[in-house]
Write a protein that binds this ligand. Sequence first.
Ligand SMILES: Cc1cc2nc3c(=O)[nH]c(=O)nc-3n(C[C@H](O)[C@H](O)[C@H](O)COP(=O)(O)OP(=O)(O)OC[C@H]3O[C@@H](n4cnc5c(N)ncnc54)[C@H](O)[C@@H]3O)c2cc1C
Length: 465
Amino acid sequence: MRSLVWFRGKDLRVSDHGPLAEGAKGELIPLFVLDPRFFAPERARELPHRMQFLLGSLEELGARIAGLGSRLVIAEGRSVEVVPRLAALWKVDQVLAHRWTEPFGRERDRRVAQGLAGRGIPLRLFEGETLLPPGSVRTAQGGMFRVFTPFARACALRLAPSSPVPAPGSLPPLPSGVGTEGIPIPSLEALGLAPNPRVQSGGEAAAQARLRAFLAGPLARYAEERDRMDLEGTSRLSADLKFGTCSIRQAWAAASGSEGAGPFLNELLWREFSHHLLWEWPELLQKPFRADFQGFPWRKDEAAWKAWVAGRTGYPVVDAAARQLLAEGFVHNRARMVAASFLAKHLLLDFRLGEAHYLKWLTDGDWAQNDAGWQWSAGCGCDAQPWFRIFNPVAQGRRFDPRGDYVRRWVPELAGLPPDGIHEPWRAPEHQRARLDYPDPVVDHAFARERFLAAAKGHLRKESP
Ligand SMILES: Cc1cc2nc3c(=O)[nH]c(=O)nc-3n(C[C@H](O)[C@H](O)[C@H](O)COP(=O)(O)OP(=O)(O)OC[C@H]3O[C@@H](n4cnc5c(N)ncnc54)[C@H](O)[C@@H]3O)c2cc1C
């Protein structure tokens, strides 16, 4: 049996890799395709931090596969053409890969399967992106879950503590004459991108080190500290889970049973929820989950948008989030929620603008989770923050950055302000304010709140049957 194991951007590892374990039972050809959808320089520039993480992970994957006795073949071109062509050229019996949740991934796989079928070769898709196959967790009536808690409960009932598959001890060498057409992994520079030293390193070794460090420390305090923007209280595994340098089963299995693991596992189930939701509702990437939010009267305000992007809104936590995003491709979850809510509710700007901006700059930028996060924050998502609950960025700052350290790190202009004043710099004494190179609030909180509530009430009243 000769198998082509097609690695994609979500399973860049050799451990807990079902297709690899299966393919290694016979002759094996590991393949990664540089599809212009992501790797054309103009597309790569739209995801600079993700591309950096991905290329680093790919380099390491290549080295690991070589260390095990095989070789990762890199090919270039549209997957829908390249995979069937190479599979036929290399006379493989089957193509093995992990399943994707996103609509465009599913469409790609449908077309690849069709191309392969014309040549008599099956495409076998393995589970692994989620803990349970998307579409398999259903209500008693057979519908999709629209609320997280019953979804999580239903998952918990079905989740058997299966052990992740270990990495193979060795791999068979490439069959002779195969893979000579492979090309090298491109450098970031070749794609027109400059490396950013503050972006997390990719690769399985870094992912496993992050997982171990989290288990050894922050996990036990996760319930108390996960919301604190000023502390390193979370796992920082999001990019690893996105690119599969750590599998979701590995994270789940490693944390299960540890003291304090419950709230962490619950977050992994939020991830699960967003993927299952996108599977059931592929149109989510285009429109709000709540139909009555269609045609919402978002404003157009270029100056406000630019202030939000640049971290110059005058609201310290919102600005810290914006700057952290551009500087290191990561934002703390609480800061994401505050910043996203601010864009949609305080500035009344279309949440999809922010969603696209986050997807461009986040290293963990993931279609399902990012869309769910934005729709949650704007109030139009599935089991979202109610539209009439509006975060007060000052209160959020005081509660989840009590000493102001998160703000101080990302908005150094405010570093000299005391903890009780840093979240409201406009209240600083006049002589101090005059020395701060920091803008006044772009909008007054009370005014913005009323403006959003009036717009939402007016629109939702019109839209409700
Ligand atoms: C506006 C907005 C946009 C977001 N965009 C993304 C995104 O593109 N990619 C992404 O991975 N997460 C996204 N999230 C969810 C969350 O902010 C990140 O997963 C988290 O901050 C990553 O840090 P961590 O790995 O240290 O998380 P931890 O607290 O250690 O959580 C462990 C894992 O659980 C998952 N998780 C945690 N919180 C959530 C959540 N609220 N929803 C879904 N999954 C969650 C992540 O995979 C995370 O790595 C977004 C949230 C919001 C509010």
